[in-house]
Design a protein around this ligand. Structure first.
Ligand code: 4NP
Length: 156
């Protein structure tokens, strides 16, 4: 079994996937698991940018500082380097399937596939929303992080 490595992918890599990364880092640390973790976007608009200030504030309220995270775009090597590539919504999943190289080894799934009763569902994009929408994103990220950690522990 290779060491687990999880990449979270949304559109911009400044709202949802950094929050998923933060929630999963916290969960993995709590459980004492060894997992490589990163996030990326399917789009390139926010490459090199810190997370959206509302995402930063939400993570910090929940005990995780994500100010140092920087946006990057998903690349073909990610499908070989990571064991799990986790899409935040169904559009991201469709985009990832389109760019996935033929020798990809990563398992591709939706974050909420790991959550009982929410299989196949998207994490809503809070970018054009309000502060409270980021709390909803965080709740989804936490639920997904727990489910994903259970999944990985079960595989180990
Ligand atoms: P994210 O949100 O995919 O959760 O990071 C978005 C951030 C930026 C844009 C869209 C979604 N944008 O169009 O710039």
């Amino acid at each position: 079994m290779p060491r687990p490595a999880v990449l979270f992918v949304c559109l911009g890599n400044i709202c949802r996937s950094p929050l998923a990364e933060a929630a999963f880092r916290r969960e993995v640390e709590r459980r004492g698991l060894e997992v490589e973790i990163d996030s990326a976007g399917t789009g390139s608009w926010h490459v090199g940018h810190p997370p959206d200030r509302r995402a930063q504030a939400t993570a910090l309220r929940n005990g995780v500082d994500i100010a140092h995270y920087r946006g990057r775009q998903v690349e073909p090597e990610d499908f070989r380097r990571f064991t799990h590539v986790v899409a935040l919504d169904r559009d991201n999943l469709a985009d990832l399937k389109r760019i996935r190289p033929s020798d990809a080894t990563a398992e591709l799934l939706l974050l909420l596939d790991a959550v009982e009763g929410r299989r196949g569902k998207s994490v809503a994009d809070p970018y054009y929303g309000e502060d409270k929408d980021f709390d909803t994103t965080w709740a989804d990220a936490v639920a997904g992080a727990k489910g994903l950690a259970d999944l990985i522990e079960g595989e180990g």
